[in-house]
Write a protein that binds this ligand. Structure first.
Ligand SMILES: [Mn+2]
Length: 470
């Protein structure tokens, strides 16, 4: 179902009626997700309500659980506004004043009953899937939240840049190396305001804050032969191009380079890259020119990472303050980032020192128990996979204890996808077979399973992987 004119009309009507419901409310409870998309969505919702003079509170959730549903249904506020979450649980909500601005796949049970209930309920469900759009590339939770905000008052377009940060944080720009669909329309608002400048650049992480050598050396998506994890290679590379790494004794960052220096380096790097990786290595990057230099807020990708790390350390509130323009929150974010780095490096050495990585024929795995936070075990799995400590030609599966069972993260090298691997379906099928649930992307997916099912789960995963990759 393409995003036809009819679909867009319907979306406009739904936005208008949700905006009316919001304006009629005197109090609102905002419930949002703890990741970058969710935090920027929450900030947009929060400031929208504030500007309307509505009494509001914001709360962050990792996911919708039974308790969250109960809480939402029982809130006494005039309205509950759920951002970047909720669509998968539509049939569970029974309060009659609810706005959901989300982009996750809607609850199929609700889809069926939708036509009957729609016109009677006070449920305002704003989700790209219901308008024939792709919720992974065309618009995210922050984007849907922004569209409602702008519907309430066109001057709220000054928050468009937060929706851009949310979209980049959600990797919505990954497939095309650019924002597309409704994200593009929102981007244009941010550009028109002077809050975002679109730049053609390398798409590596850290162009505002990473020392130049590390910026090149830690390039992992895609990997560049000769540079990735090759400290000496990076120094020689800069030398050979006559690019000074340091200025006044301090490392320069990528964005310190002149246009000419960048162009020469990019040309050479794209030559060094695997031809199939070039499109991913280079493309649009989004600069936030009004943000202070050196903070990481000047680049949308780095901004999103700051929000993500605050969310991961139970401190999404710091991310919210940053989105609201409170620069004092940056110190707290620095602390979160430092903690994040410490946690990751101790997790890596814990796995290595205790020889936790086990190999089977078609998969490798480790169980981090309670030593690694469930919110970062996926990152750790990805790092182990690219660390040279293990083989890259089979997927890696990682376990970590969590409140509601065992959290599983699976990661694989992209080359395996070309051979037929789809970790999303592997995680979904295997988890369901042992009484859990799972899903995700082809190269990165996750699941939650009962604690006593790890072995059985690994057997099933190995079975499916071996049948996919041949
Ligand atoms: Mn999201």
């Amino acid at each position: 179902m393409p995003a036809s004119a009819g679909n867009l009309d319907r979306m406009r009507r739904d936005l208008a009626s949700a905006a009316r419901a919001l304006k009629d409310a005197d109090s609102v409870r905002i419930v949002t997700h703890i990741d970058a998309d969710g935090i920027s969505a929450g900030a947009i919702a929060d400031m929208t309500a504030e500007r309307l003079g509505i009494e509001r509170t914001v709360c962050f959730e990792k996911k919708i659980t039974e308790e969250v549903v109960k809480e939402v249904n029982g809130r006494r506020e005039d309205l509950v506004w759920i951002c970047d979450l909720g669509s998968g649980y539509l049939s569970e909500f029974d309060r009659d004043s609810l706005i959901i601005t989300d982009h996750h796949v809607p609850d199929p049970r609700w889809m069926k009953s939708q036509t009957v209930l729609d016109s009677f309920s006070g449920m305002h469900h704003l989700n790209p899937h219901t308008y024939g759009m792709d919720g992974t590339t065309e618009v995210c939770g922050a984007g849907m939240t922004y569209l409602l905000s702008k519907e309430c008052d066109p001057s709220n377009s000054d928050m468009a840049y937060l929706a851009v940060v949310g979209a980049v944080g959600d990797f919505q720009d990954s497939a095309a190396s650019a924002l597309v669909g409704l994200n593009r329309t929102i981007l244009q608002d941010a550009v028109a305001n002077g809050d975002v400048v679109v730049e053609e650049d390398l798409r590596f992480f850290g162009r505002e804050t990473r020392p130049l050598n590390q910026y090149l050396q830690f390039s992992s998506d895609p990997r560049i032969p000769g540079l990735s994890e090759n400290a000496q290679g990076c120094l020689e590379f800069l030398d050979s191009l006559g690019i000074r790494g340091k200025s006044n004794g301090r490392w320069r960052v990528w964005n310190d380079l002149s246009r000419d220096e960048k162009d020469r380096a990019i040309e050479r790097i794209l030559d060094m890259a695997d031809p199939s990786d070039r499109q991913r290595a280079h493309g649009e990057m989004y600069l936030l020119p009004n943000m202070p230099r050196g903070t990481g807020l000047r680049d949308a990708k780095e901004f999103a990472t700051i929000l993500n790390s605050s969310g991961r350390y139970d401190d999404a509130d710091t991310g919210l303050r940053i989105c609201r323009g409170d620069m004092t929150a940056l110190q707290d974010a620095d602390r979160n980032r430092a903690e994040h780095r410490r946690h990751i490096s101790s997790a890596m050495s814990y796995i290595k020192d205790n020889h936790l990585l086990r190999q089977r024929r078609f998969i490798q795995w480790f169980d981090a128990g309670s030593e690694v936070k469930e919110t970062v075990v996926g990152i750790v799995a990805g790092m182990v996979l690219s660390s040279g400590e293990c083989v890259r030609n089979i997927p890696i599966i990682a376990f970590a204890d969590s409140d509601d069972g065992v959290k599983v993260s699976a990661r694989a090298d992209r080359s395996l996808v070309d051979k037929g691997l789809d970790l999303s379906s592997v995680m979904k099928t295997a988890a369901e077979l042992v009484g859990g649930y799972g899903g995700g992307h082809t190269v990165a997916a996750g699941a939650t399973i009962p604690p006593d099912k790890k072995e059985e789960f690994l057997d099933i995963v190995e079975d499916i992987v071996s049948s996919q990759v041949d």
